[in-house]
Design a protein. Sequence first.
Lengths: 126, 568
Amino acid sequence: MPLKAKPKRIGSAKAVIDLRLYVAGQTPRSLAAISNLKRICDDHRGNRYRIEVIDLVKNPALARDHQILAIPTLVRSLPVPIRKIIGDLSDEQQVLIGLNIVEPLRKKDKKAGPAASAARSAAGRG
Amino acid sequence: MNKKKKIAEHELAPLQKARTGIAGLDEITGGGLPKGRTTIVCGGPGCGKTMLGIEFLVRGVLEFGEPGVLMAFEETPQDIATNVASLGFDIQDLANKKKMFLDYISVDPSEIQQSGDYDLEGLFIRLQNAVETVGAKRVMFDTLEALFSSFSNPAILRAEFRRLFRWLKDRGLTAIVTAERGEGKLTRQGLEEYVSDCVILLDHRINDQISARRLRIVKYRGTRHGADEYPFLIDEKGMSILPLTSLRLQHTVSNERVPSGVPDLDAMLEGKGYFRGSSILLSGTAGSGKTTLAASFADASCRRGERCLFLDFEESSNQVARNMKSVGIDLEQWSRKNLLFHESWRPTQYGIEMHLLRIHKLIEQVKPQAVIVDPISNLAKGSNDMEVHSMLMRLIDFLKNSGITAIFVNLTSGENLEATSVGISSLTDTWILLRDIELNGERNRCLYVLKSRGMAHSNQLREFMLTENGIKLVPAYIGPGGVLTGSARLSQEAKELAEERMRKQGVRMKQQDIDRKRVVLQAQIASLQSEMNAVELEAELVISQEEETDDQLKSNRDEMAKKRQAVW
């Protein structure tokens, strides 16, 4: 699924995040991960996200190309740096930390520039 | 699952094995790794685990037509390809030809966040994809345990490993899993708990500053295997393991004879030389001509068009070649014709087992008909006698099994010349002793055949002379003061020559004397004869006169009677 539009302000809370979820077939764990991810994104990102679900059973070569080992794996390819979250995403807090969206939809984030985002991303990593 | 059932049905069938093609490993495992099962190769860092696995894969493709998959967790395929290129393996080429699949699994723990339950299905998908892409029969994981540092949940990993090994078994894939050696157990993460069909332990240790790699089969279910520690070597041809104890005394013997390169010596050995495939020990003191004698044999072998491997632990090949030229042996020509392979290395360069391994490898490469080891006594340095003895015993057995005529040069020193420093004389078939004899301010070389199994050899002590046309053996003189050699022999020879001349002269004189006497006697006989003739003549004269007188007297008497008319 190609990107629809380039995010204008990478790293800011308003920027669109690109997410790819790698699953293997319609296993309960995969389905759980998909629904968990959708819920978290809807709750915290509104419409500023794009999710691409990749079924490795249909596209096995992608597992190698994208260095996927654990299933399910959620990859945030934009904004950089790339982040990976493994598991069925049932732990919402970990997903938010992993995606670096700690604060849900706060107004003050409007003014947050790349520097603030970098600081946050460092904090999120720790 | 189908395969599992099949195996269950044929439970009595012997374990199938996948040959590794690694020199020696197939021998000690009795045919290779368990086919369709997973083998753990464990050991410390730098002990050759990856090498073994890659060679297993590469030889699988090249020698047994079994494509392979390499799942690398620690190094990128490019790195691995570069590393093994020095061993003559081009895995990138094999990958391009779809004979090998290289997958580098990189997991950076710093960019991974865990949220909820997961499994390693991605690994299985990648593996399956790889196996299907090349139709793999062999798989190698190097090293699976790296995942423990990437994923924080060991319980999930353990469950997934168990699943992985079952997955491999179900598909009949022969796999190698490398693992770091752990404290007190074989692998750091206890992988041997899941895979227990075959465990190979590699070890790299340093003794007296000399490194030695060793391999041991810790366990191999359902088959007989060598249980010892086997030294192995990784060199430009890959890995090779020496099965030390699998040698038995069952070599076939040859009745063919090979000339020794010294016609005079051949004359001492029934005029034919050594037996082909026999072991010859040349022992002697320093400078007694051992190397020259050995080189003569090398020269003769090459002259027959046979290959000869000259292992030198003392001199460089150039030095030997130069020195041999001075006695009329041109070894360089044979080196140029690829008949003579001269290998020199310092005895301290390797441990004793490594020497054996290297010799084995060279012999496999060169496939010589003759091998010269010069000198074996140097090998003993830095090792204990028992090790050297056992090493030489195995070397001799190996050479005999291969039907290679071998010459071992041994430097003896001290009083007891008829003893080798490492006591191998009983292992050899022919023992030629070279010794120096000091007499009249000279040092001369002497040779004798101490023993030569299976032939009526000469018991003569011979003087050994290095001439510019090679080696000459001259019968030594046994004088009142012992053996005469060198100028003493020459003077003895001169003396004998003079005596002979004298004797001949005496005979001639006597003959002349007799001739003269004969002449004299004949003259005497002639004069006596003439005297006798004179006497005889005189006697005849007398007799005839007497008869004449008688006749006269008678006629006178008749006349007188007539005149007297006494008769009528």
